[in-house]
Design a protein around this ligand. Structure first.
Ligand code: 3PG
Length: 207
């Protein structure tokens, strides 16, 4: 099983935004205890690389970098210990650099033209972002018809109430989202809430 397959086998990928690297340790603990030893730590904050390094350093989590938009960020993420790279869109340069650095890469694509571009780069799995805005489960079903074999990871607007609708679509490998890692809970140091929301998500994905 590849790294990406191992990540997606969890069926849910927490999308993490951390303002303070010191929150990475307790956050990782809560995710693991809640049953999701996986995270996409986004390069939307200056704390991302250090947070990746802390979480990946545990050795019991699959840690990727999200919101990777540049080749320089690919290098920063991989140097910090990220084992996969997620982009909001598809950049040939970002994909190429990730592959050169020996890590998995999940680019964003929501249109037929974008999906074809991903296929031409030799990949078969796309982040479908922002999923709610771009048509939700029915859009993925429609795209899966011409693009048989392509796997989708919808993210953006996914939550406890609709994750099963997405996971019921055969072409959906996993869903991503931030609902189990709310910014206010992290800011308050309330990692019990993160653990509870994570466990709830895992249970919902199994139903
Ligand atoms: C992402 O980067 O994948 C999204 O911002 C997560 O979307 P959500 O906050 O709606 O879950």
């Amino acid at each position: 099983m590849s790294i990406l397959e191992a990540v997606l086998a969890h069926r849910i990928v927490p999308v993490v935004v951390l303002e303070r690297a010191e929150d990475a340790g307790p956050l990782a603990e809560a995710l693991v205890a809640g049953g999701l030893p996986v995270a996409e730590v986004t390069f939307r904050t200056a704390a991302a690389a250090e947070a990746i390094s802390i979480m990946a350093g545990r050795g019991d989590m699959l840690v990727g970098a999200g919101t990777v938009r540049t080749v320089a960020q690919v290098d920063q993420a991989v140097d910090a210990g990220a084992s996969y790279i997620v982009s909001p869109g598809t950049s040939g340069a970002v994909v190429q650099r990730a592959l050169e650095r020996g890590v998995a890469v999940l680019p964003g694509a929501v249109t037929p033209t974008e999906i074809q571009a991903v296929l031409e780069l030799g990949l078969d799995t796309v982040k479908f972002f922002p999923a709610g805005t771009f048509g939700g489960p029915s859009a993925i079903k429609a795209l899966a018809a011409p693009f048989a074999g392509v796997k989708f990871v919808p993210t953006g607007g996914v939550g406890l109430s609709n994750l099963r609708d997405y996971l019921a679509v055969g072409a959906v490998a996993a869903v991503g989202g931030s609902w189990m890692v709310p910014a206010d809970a992290i800011a308050a140091g309330d990692f019990d809430t993160v653990q509870r929301l994570t466990a709830e998500a895992v249970t919902a994905a199994r139903q």
